[in-house]
Unconditional design. Structure first.
Length: 178
């Protein structure tokens, strides 16, 4: 089940390795890209993850470990305006052409992401991204009271992606965060 909108809440978990408890942050983001283009070029751009670094500032590197549709595995390295990078593995768990792409993330972020594609009238596409993750880096968990910084950073990266997609496709992209 997807939680729509932005929600950040601390959760107390037991860290069995350290035999202690620590606070982790869980994030739920929803970003909408309203793309003034047909669905096919939007689908191609999002589906071709290995090309993201060419048009999406913030995506430093994509390394494909296993090719092809469901089961495809990529390691993504991200960088934004804050002085850190995030690296995680994304495994594609569901693909419905021109409808959705779902992935599970493991590594420095753990959770799930889902792109939902909707063809609109007038050769426009609504692209919604749902991102539900938790942080696994201890320093990020220690900064849980400053979650607004991580929310802001996520929004910056998604704004860059919308702008980059628009430049790649030669069209206007409006970005909103719910």
């Amino acid at each position: 089940m997807w939680v729509y909108g932005l929600n950040c809440k601390p959760t107390l978990i037991e860290n069995r390795k350290l035999a202690s408890k620590q606070t982790i942050m869980q994030y739920s983001f929803t970003t909408v890209w309203h793309v003034m283009s047909g669905i096919e070029p939007v689908w191609q751009a999002i589906n071709d993850v290995e090309q993201w670094p060419q048009w999406w500032p913030g995506v430093n590197k994509v390394e494909q470990l296993k090719p092809g549709g469901v089961g495809q595995i990529n390691v993504l390295t991200w960088k934004s305006i804050l002085p850190y990078t995030l690296k995680f593995k994304a495994t594609i768990t569901e693909v419905r052409t021109h409808k959705l792409i779902t992935a599970q993330a493991t590594g420095e972020l753990e959770g799930s992401g889902q792109w939902v594609f909707e063809q609109l009238a007038g050769n426009q596409t609504k692209l919604t991204y749902y991102w539900q993750v938790r942080t696994t880096k201890m320093w990020m968990n220690l900064l849980a009271p400053l979650a607004f910084i991580f929310r802001y950073n996520h929004h910056v990266v998604m704004n860059w992606g919308g702008k980059g997609l628009g430049q790649k496709l030669g069209c206007k992209v409006e970005v909103s965060h719910l």
